[in-house]
Write a protein that binds this ligand. Structure first.
Ligand code: ZN
Length: 565
């Protein structure tokens, strides 16, 4: 669905005028004015506007996108921020395609045909934007966890050429037991009980494409995947999204598949293998690919529609003539799930907390930055990506087509679902411990008499499931806020987890994610001040945040920094 862009020339003029006014105000304003710009009423007003029914649930390519983008551009303009795109606009175009697939396929094992019943046995998705994609008689190879982790001396491929083949893979990280206590996982490899990126299904798809495989089949197991097969099944059946840009087709195998554990077991036993034996062999550095002596044939027919979507981006120019060419980024996705027309009654998935709250927080912080007596030395970017709910496509597009150099982007602070349930002693940083940004955050938290806690559920891999990760993957250090925090002031110990569980079961990605009367934004204000000060500290500081040694991102950051001038 193509839409006509707003008259951007007018917006640019308004922005320039507003910048002059706020520059004059800044000269006399005390620094406290900046922090006091982050208020409960201010945040709430943004959430109310962004989660209103007339925003239609903010689905990309709908009138909801038009209104959401217009709201964000208006707010950035009102604050006197500069357009975040060097072309003078507040948007970055993100060409998307949406596709619904109809797969068919079978395995051939020793002259026996084993038909696949989609979607009960598995799902198959072809992401190249083609009306029909086929893989015929492709040799199947079991590649264990499909992991290539040079920093851990781990390579499941051992140089075996798998081009044109169909890779059968386990989900999750290899669960390597701790030699000192085999009842536990070794914390020194693949994060112990925590999930690393090697455990995510997106990684498995990416490594298969990188290796030139024709197709990849992930074996679903509820434990390591983190969700039951029904979730996979629903994901395969609905409309999927991809980037409609050159080079994208090369980033995917022809067909990405999952199959149920039962189907995998019957396939492997028909091939003369036992699933549990293969699986235990895969938990070793010595593992090498196992040809299964079977072939896969799969065809996917796609119905495709194109969507012209946008990231929204604003910039506060730094005050130092040299350092203004370096950046600290805040990000919060704007998209939601739109309408569910299958529902009777309320059909709008308002997305008040996910992610009206993150955008509201970002806007409040943007306001705080504009109220500083002098802008920070480095420039600040405020990015609201599209299509986060569809594999972070907006952020991925930004990362592969950055508007400002990634090698001079010091950090991304990402907000996706904020704490609207009261003040806490502890803020939870997803991925806590991965980069030196955590020390900056902890120091600022201490100034508020608060502490930082790690994700209580690191095995679920939340760090790899929102926009900041697309930048992290390319070496940019990132913080991610998704958890409502812990140790609520004046509440029972389990209060935060209870509120979170209640939100997850009743409202998350549902019509019930709406503005509520019982919200308490006291904690959001404190978190806002904390994240504002954290970003400010990086923007003013001498040290560049770094990924810590042993993380998946350290070597990529070293590569990225080679491009720094
Ligand atoms: Zn979200």
């Amino acid at each position: 669905m193509m839409r006509v862009a707003r008259p951007l020339a007018i917006l640019v003029c308004v922005a320039a005028g507003a910048a002059l006014v706020s520059a004059r105000q800044r000269e006399t304003a005390p620094p406290e004015r900046a922090v006091s710009a982050i208020t409960a009423n201010g945040i709430l007003a943004h959430v109310k506007a962004l989660a209103a029914d007339d925003m239609e649930g903010r689905a990309p390519g709908t009138s909801g996108e038009e209104r959401t983008v217009a709201y964000l551009v208006d707010q950035f303009t009102r604050l006197g921020l500069k357009p975040g795109n060097p072309d003078g606009t507040f948007v970055q175009r993100v060409p998307l395609m949406a596709f619904t697939g109809r797969p068919e396929g079978w395995f051939d094992v020793k002259g026996r045909r084993m038909p696949l019943a989609f979607p009960d046995d598995g799902i198959a998705v072809a992401r190249q934007g083609l009306a029909e994609v086929s893989v015929a008689n492709s040799e199947m190879v079991f590649v264990g966890y499909g992991v290539v982790a040079p920093e851990l001396g781990w390579d499941d491929f051992k140089g075996v050429d798998v081009r044109g083949k169909t890779l059968v893979m386990l989900v999750g990280d290899p669960p390597v037991p701790d030699a000192r206590d085999p009842s536990k996982l070794d914390p020194a490899i693949f994060g112990g009980a925590a999930m690393t990126y090697y455990g995510r299904w997106t990684y498995k798809y990416e490594i298969a494409a990188k290796k030139g495989a024709a197709a990849v089949i992930l074996i679903h197991e509820t434990g390591p995947a983190g969700y039951p097969y029904d979730v996979v099944k629903a994901g395969g059946a609905r409309e999927n999204f991809g980037l409609d840009v050159a080079g994208e087709a090369d980033r995917h195998a022809r067909v990405d598949m999952w199959i149920t554990l039962d189907r995998a077991k019957s396939l492997l036993s028909a091939c003369g293998f036992d699933f549990d034996t293969l699986k235990s062999r895969a938990v070793s550095r010595q593992f090498a690919p196992v040809p299964l002596g079977a072939t896969a044939s799969v065809t996917v027919k796609n119905t495709i529609r194109k969507i012209a979507s946008r990231n929204v981006i604003a910039r506060l120019e730094g005050s130092d003539p040299v350092l203004r060419h370096e950046f600290v980024m805040y990000s919060a996705h704007w998209d939601g799930f739109g309408r569910n027309t299958a529902l009777t009654g309320d059909q709008i998935l308002n997305g008040a907390l996910d992610n009206g709250s993150g955008m509201a927080m970002m806007l409040a912080m943007a306001e705080a930055f504009t109220k500083l007596p002098v802008p920070p030395k480095r420039s600040i970017l405020f990015l609201a990506p599209t299509a986060e709910e569809s594999l972070m496509l907006g952020a991925r597009h930004y990362a592969s087509h950055p508007l400002w150099p990634l090698e001079r982007t010091l950090a991304d602070i990402n907000m996706d679902i904020m704490n609207f349930w009261g003040r806490t002693r502890a803020i939870v940083s997803i991925g806590y411990g991965l980069s030196t940004l955590d020390e900056v955050l902890a120091a600022e938290a201490a100034r508020q008499d608060r502490i930082v806690l790690p994700d209580p559920e690191p095995e679920k891999g939340y760090f790899y499931r929102s926009d900041h990760f697309e930048l992290a993957k390319l070496g940019v250090p990132a913080l991610h806020f998704l958890h409502p925090g812990a140790e609520y002031r004046g509440k029972p110990a389990d209060y935060g987890q209870k509120m979170r569980d209640q939100y997850t079961t009743q409202a998350y990605h549902k019509v019930a994610d709406e503005v509520r009367d019982d919200w308490d934004l006291g904690g959001a204000v404190e978190d806002g001040v904390l994240l504002f000060r954290t970003g400010l500290s990086v923007a003013q500081g001498a040290a560049w945040p770094e990924w810590k040694p042993g993380t998946e991102f350290k070597s990529v950051q070293q590569e990225l920094w080679k491009r720094r001038k």
